[in-house]
Write a protein that binds this ligand. Structure first.
Ligand code: PLP
Length: 231
């Protein structure tokens, strides 16, 4: 089988897993989007997936964003960023993505606001939450999410659309409480009806735990190795 055929077959398999999980949890299949996590994947392999019908792609490393954008410029697809963003890399990222999924601190929010104000633009953001309690993971502690969102809601260039988490890197059933926890935080914030704050996206679930994430309410599963192979 060619590499391109394998990518297409892998996508079908992931889509089938997603459909089954949706069915099991009484959700519509189109209530969950598949995001291709394409760190280290060459543009020509990403092209295969987009030409097979995929529409949402995200990078982790700022230095991969522009070259891949340029290599795939003739294609129509949505680009997000899912890596840790250093403030001094904002200018190298903002022109190429519609959504930053990893907003996790005030200093970054303020710098984004300043940059976007200057350009007369806006960007969607998700707030990254550390639901696993692991020290090595980026993201806000769960109890800090509400005060953070209250503060950044006044930054009019940032469109707050939901939450993102990486979750516990463990057996799916062990990861489940941390994924359910993200949904509970979003539910609580939604009930506050804060001005300019929408909690419609829950970005959670990866190759190993996408079924559990969908059962717990994910609207975006981020999948890399199940489609492009081991990194
Ligand atoms: C790499 C990555 C993924 C995809 O992980 P896989 O286990 O390869 O599916 C999802 N989210 C983030 C933030 C990543 O860095």
């Amino acid at each position: 089988m060619s590499d391109a055929d394998r990518i297409r077959e892998n996508i079908s398999a992931v889509r089938a897993r997603m459909a089954k999980a949706c069915e099991r949890s009484g959700r519509e299949v189109d209530s969950v989007r598949l995001l291709l996590a394409t760190k280290t994947v060459e543009p020509e392999r990403i092209r295969v997936a987009i030409e097979a019908g995929e529409t949402l792609v995200a990078e982790n490393r700022v230095q991969e964003v522009k070259p891949k954008f340029e290599a795939l410029e003739d294609l129509n697809y949505e680009r997000h960023f899912i890596g840790h963003l250093q403030s001094n890399k904002i200018n190298a990222l903002v022109p190429y993505v519609s959504c930053l999924q990893t907003l996790d601190r005030m200093s970054l929010a303020r710098k984004l606001q300043t940059r976007l104000e200057r350009e007369g633009e806006t960007r969607e953001v998700l707030i990254q939450v550390n639901t696993s309690g692991e020290e090595s993971k980026f993201g806000l502690d769960p109890e800090d999410v509400e005060p953070f969102i209250r503060t950044i809601a006044s930054l009019d260039r940032l469109e707050i659309r939901g939450l993102m988490t990486i979750g516990l890197n463990a057996e799916p059933e062990i990861a489940r409480p941390s994924l359910a926890g993200l949904r509970q935080i979003a539910d609580r914030i939604r009930e506050l009806n804060l001005d300019r704050v929408e909690m419609r996206e829950l970005s959670m679930g990866m190759t190993g735990d996408l079924e559990v994430a969908i059962e717990e309410g994910s609207t975006i599963v981020r999948v890399g190795s199940a489609i492009f192979g081991a990194r």
